[in-house]
Design a protein around this ligand. Structure first.
Ligand code: NAD
Ligand code: 89Y
Length: 343
């Protein structure tokens, strides 16, 4: 039997539970040997609930005492750069949750630190690994609708995300960095790289520090145009949370992913309709299932790439391109003009 990859998880808060379940499901390939949180009670509780042998309150101590192949960083973004840099100093690979960092300078520093140390770095950008998105990617690569000409990728909800993630209400750069980053990443994956960005942002809900709605118009290098719209102040029935909805048109057909994950594809040979819902796992539940399951899919991709010595799809280097779209969207909203994303 080949040796399992030895992992340490940093950050045992709200979303980490999904990571912990995912690593447990991947137990044949990954051994979670330690967890860490600044809050001892959270670290201890995670270790107890998932039978992890050791827990720490200091990531440096964990990296010094444990023999790790990688760390899984599930903290909020201000700690990403110090933690990724620390892992690189110890010659340890890292997966880090989105958003990559508060600034582009931080993102570049992490990419450079891991490249200099010769260790892989991946951003846990999970939306492109959601089962419905993987199915849509297959339809697009099959050529069923022909070359893409136009798309709309929408995330609109009134779900109370502040209950589980209260820090979001205090973010001055809010929805574009929190959800926009996922949806803009999908735009790159589904439609292609971007030439020009035009954005409008809105602050709708009282008491929120940043923008909670954004509408972004993208001109893709292929000539296609897409509309990316996100809102945390959209009170609809049904509320599709946490589904991303799609309308994509090609030269020879179209596809629509509707609330409830029904996919309708009109192609050369007619129209087909199918459900992209997947069965819940023992540890997932609606409405979060599609997001939770994608954590496992993302972790599986990381392990496959580690074993093949291949750069992950959502490597730190790749995520700089998604981050550049977020930056361009903020800049466009500020100057009220279209902006070319940075290199
Ligand atoms: P959280 O605040 O609930 O948990 C973060 C934990 O990290 C806290 O317990 C905190 O004490 C700990 N922490 C912070 N700095 C640390 C450090 N230096 N060393 C050790 N522990 C440290 O946050 P959350 O809601 O779990 O979100 C974590 C990240 O996951 C965020 O970046 C968020 O955007 C992301 N997230 C991603 C998805 C997704 O679908 N990809 C969904 C939700 C949240
Ligand atoms: O923070 C968000 C994310 O990244 O995915 C869903 C979420 O947790 C709430 O909208």
């Amino acid at each position: 039997m080949t040796e399992r990859h030895r992992a340490g998880l940093i950050g045992c808060g709200f979303f980490a539970r999904n990571h912990l379940h995912g690593w447990r499901d991947l137990g044949e390939a990954v051994e979670l040997v330690a967890v860490c949180d600044l809050d001892a009670a959270k670290a201890q509780a995670a270790a107890a609930a998932f039978a992890v042998p050791r827990w720490y309150t200091d990531a440096r101590t964990m990296l010094e005492r444990e023999r790790l192949d990688f760390v899984d960083i599930v903290t909020t973004m201000p700690s990403h750069r110090p933690l990724v840099t620390l892992a690189a100093e110890h010659g340890v690979a890292a997966i880090v949750q989105k958003p990559f960092a508060p600034t582009r300078e931080d993102c570049v520093a992490m990419v450079e630190a891991c490249a200099a140390a010769g260790v892989p770095l991946m951003v846990h950008e999970n939306f492109r690994f959601q089962s419905p998105m993987l199915a849509v990617r297959e339809v697009l690569t099959s050529g069923a609708i022909g070359e893409i000409t136009w798309a709309r990728i929408a995330w609109r909800t009134g779900y109370d995300i502040y209950a589980g993630q209260p820090y979001l209400a205090k973010e001055e750069r809010f929805i574009l960095l929190d959800i926009g980053v996922h949806v803009l990443d999908l735009a790159r994956v589904l439609v292609g790289e971007v030439e020009r960005v035009h954005a409008e942002t809105q602050s709708i809900r009282p008491g929120i520090a940043g923008e909670d709605a954004a509408t972004v118009l993208l001109r893709h290098r292929s000539g296609a145009v897409s509309v990316i719209d996100c809102s945390y102040a959209s009170y609809r029935d049904p509320d599709p949370f946490p589904e991303t909805l799609l309308e994509i048109e090609g030269r020879e057909g179209s596809l629509v992913l509707s609330p409830g994950l029904e996919l309708k594809v009109r192609g050369r040979s007619g129209t087909s309709v199918r459900s992209l819902r997947t069965p819940t796992l023992p540890w997932t539940a609606e409405p979060w299932h599609v997001a939770q399951e994608s954590v496992l899919n993302t972790q599986r991709h990381w392990v496959t790439c580690l074993e093949a010595g291949r750069e992950p799809e959502t490597s730190g280097r790749d995520n700089l391109k998604t981050y550049a779209l977020v930056e361009a969207a903020y800049e466009s909203a500020r100057i009220q003009q279209a902006v070319r994303p940075g290199a």
